[in-house]
Write a protein that binds this ligand. Structure first.
Ligand code: GCV
Length: 657
């Protein structure tokens, strides 16, 4: 099959003497087979010699064994001159230990003796695919689905490589279909698709991955032929129980359901006057006998707003819909909360539910499909953003209340929680459209397993594994990645205001794209001011945070500047901390953003002879596009503001009139 092996493209380890390894273990099973297959692929590629299976004199044994004191997904690697041992709580831990060892070997960190022990930070590390059964992918920017085509489930060699890729970074759950469960997708629950799903799940099981499905809350009607989907109706409950019995019995590593309810036209418990807790708990009862989990999304808001209505605030709504239900969800329900209150904009405050919910399992939802961050045609390495969000102190409690503490369940005793990301994969040759977008996929998985890693550490690993660790490659690609999110933010909608994109497609600058629309995302630019007042004097959104955050966000003077226009309506002559007016600050950052992209492009061009030609060319083409497109962003936004204010750029640069 014609696709790349991304970061699993093992290459010779420089200066390593040819070494014969022997693979030794008492363990047996599908995961062990996959571990052997991985060593059989990787070791000859890196060291030039095929490993021996079983003990043999004169070889370096790699011993795999279990130590049930360790967590099932934890591993310990001990390496000395004579042998390497990987110990884990269960086979899946041995698999993670194997990928870690190969990573050390490939990145040149395995030459000396070492011992390393790792245990996953987050119980659930989940991929959310928005793949539709016709093969399209909602917000997909890397080709078509490799899970579905023409209303059929696809299982082939790529399924295995997908599972292998996910396991290599520690992802242990995959929701393969879109949260908008339409057309034939509700029937994934039924016999119609059972056979290929069993096959797919079997492959996943060999890589420690649980299969999840997104389900339509109206399934009892759409699929089951009942006349209601009311969660308190006995027949509905029986229907879900029977359906779950069948699916869990057929698929031993079935994990449960992801649910988007009462959101953007998806059906939900509100239709029957029921709460989301009643809806989620009914499903939780149905999956409980099998250890199943319900992941229930908090992305619930009114998408039929009138733009003239200046009181209703989309940012407030997710919190308002869920805060009263705190403590009412079953223990096998997890609320999946987007990182911010609106929708994956380049800059948003951390979602206030993280600071608010005290008795509810929570999981964060990131998006690595770059819907609003360049759609995988711009480089936008999102790990610095994720790092900031995970480290954000929510003031949910007195201590241990950063987002990462809450979603990992650390110190709270939660076992159902974790991190999810909307995926950026498709059937493109390089999996992620932009070769550099694979860093987001790699990084999400690594961070979910080890939530203290820095974006720089992750970038270094990924670059070395993907392109090799030649120093200029390491240096330039790292700089490109680390500059990319700040650069994107500079030339995009300013200071947290968001949107300014073309409706529906969400790509390309369009300052008024959503201004008079029903989606509740307005900038309200006039000749003298910009922004929405979300303080206590405005929509009151700032007050959804605990103190001291509520007071901090409430005042222009104390609001973090990068979120100024998210929280406040601000005059263009407001003086920023840099001493510039707000207007001049926006002009400046838009010029700077483009200059940053110019630098990124030049850094890439210097790598021409050091990167595999096809990959070099693919990235080059996209970065050239990014440069032109960033100019379009700069000029649209600057021109719009210049026309409104008639105040020219203090530095006399070209702004179109
Ligand atoms: C899957 C945004 C996207 C939608 C997406 C929705 C969601 O509104 O534009 O495509 O739907 O978020 O997260 O449910």
């Amino acid at each position: 099959m014609d696709y790349t092996k991304v970061w699993l493209n093992y290459r010779p380890v420089k200066s390593a003497s040819a070494q014969v390894f022997s693979l030794c273990t008492q363990e047996k099973g599908p995961i062990i087979d996959n571990i052997f297959a991985e060593f059989d692929t990787a070791l000859p590629a890196m060291y030039g010699i095929v490993p021996v299976h079983g003990y043999k004199d004169g070889t370096i044994p790699i011993e795999l064994s279990l130590d049930t004191v360790l967590h099932a997904e934890a591993y310990r690697i001990e390496k000395n001159e004579k042998k390497i041992s990987i110990t884990a709580g269960a086979h899946v831990g041995l698999l993670y230990g194997t990928f870690a060892l190969l990573r050390f070997m490939q990145t040149g960190k395995a030459s000396a003796d070492f011992t390393v022990e790792k245990s996953p930070s987050n119980p659930l590390r989940m991929a959310n695919h928005w793949d539709n059964m016709d093969g399209s992918i909602e917000r997909g920017y890397s080709g078509k689905s490799f899970f579905f085509a023409d209303d059929k489930v696809i299982v082939n060699e790529r399924t295995r490589d997908y599972a292998r890729m996910m396991a290599s970074v520690g992802i242990n759950a995959s929701v393969i279909n879109n949260v908008n469960v339409r057309f034939s997708a509700p029937f994934l629950l039924t016999e119609r698709y059972r056979k290929p799903l069993i096959e797919m799940a079997k492959i996943f099981a060999g890589y420690g991955i649980k299969l999840f499905l997104s389900v339509n809350f109206a399934s009892p009607v759409r699929v089951g032929g009942l006349d209601t989907a009311d969660p308190l109706d006995k027949n509905v409950q029986v229907w879900w129980r029977d359906t779950c019995k069948d699916i869990f019995e057929d698929i031993p590593n079935f994990g449960g359901f992801l649910v988007k309810a009462d959101s953007e036209g998806e059906f939900g418990p509100f239709a029957y006057g029921r709460t989301h807790a009643e809806g989620a708990n009914m499903l939780a009862d149905a999956v409980r006998p099998y250890g199943g989990i319900i992941v229930w999304r908090c992305f619930v808001y009114n998408c039929q707003q009138d733009w003239r209505d200046n009181i209703t605030d989309r940012a407030c709504q997710s919190y308002l819909n869920f805060i009263e239900l705190d403590g009412k969800f079953a223990d096998n329900v997890i609320l999946q909360i987007k990182n911010g209150p609106v929708d994956f904009q380049v800059r948003e405050p951390v979602h206030p539910l993280f600071g608010g919910l005290k008795h509810t399992n929570m999981m964060i939802e990131f998006q690595i499909a770059q819907e609003y961050t360049g759609q995988q045609r711009h480089v936008c390495y999102l790990l610095p953003e994720f790092r900031e969000i995970l480290d954000f102190k929510t003031y949910n409690g007195e201590e241990f209340d950063t987002v990462k503490d809450l979603v990992s369940g650390k110190n709270y005793g939660y076992k159902n929680c974790g991190m999810a990301a909307v995926m950026n994969t498709g059937n493109d040759k390089n999996w992620t459209g932009h070769d550099l977008a694979a860093a987001n996929l790699y990084g999400f998985g690594r961070l979910a397993y080890e939530d203290t890693l820095t974006p720089e550490e992750i970038a270094q690993e990924w670059i070395a594994l993907t392109f090799g660790n030649e120093s200029q490659v390491m240096e330039n690609v790292q700089k490109i990645l680390m500059m990319s999110w700040p650069a994107y933010e500079k030339y995009n909608a300013p200071l947290g205001i968001g949107w300014m994109v073309n409706p529906n497609v969400h790509f390309g600058p369009n300052v008024d794209g959503y201004e008079y629309d029903r989606w509740g995302t307005y900038h309200r630019i006039s000749h003298s001011a910009i922004g929405r007042d979300r303080s206590s004097r405005g929509t009151g959104y700032s007050q959804q945070y605990p103190e001291p955050l509520a007071s901090m966000y409430d005042q222009i003077e104390t609001c973090p500047e990068e979120l100024l226009l998210f929280f406040h309506r601000v005059r263009f002559d407001h003086i920023m901390s840099t001493g510039e007016t707000l207007l001049q600050y926006i002009y400046n950052t838009h010029f700077e953003g483009v200059e940053d992209v110019e630098k990124m492009l030049t850094m890439w061009e210097t790598l021409k002879d050091k990167i595999e030609p096809e990959s070099y060319a693919r990235v080059l083409e996209r970065m050239q596009f990014q440069l032109e497109h960033s100019k379009e962003w700069r000029d649209r936004i600057n021109t719009y503001l210049y026309r409104m204010t008639e105040i020219p750029d203090a530095k006399g640069r070209k702004i179109y009139d």
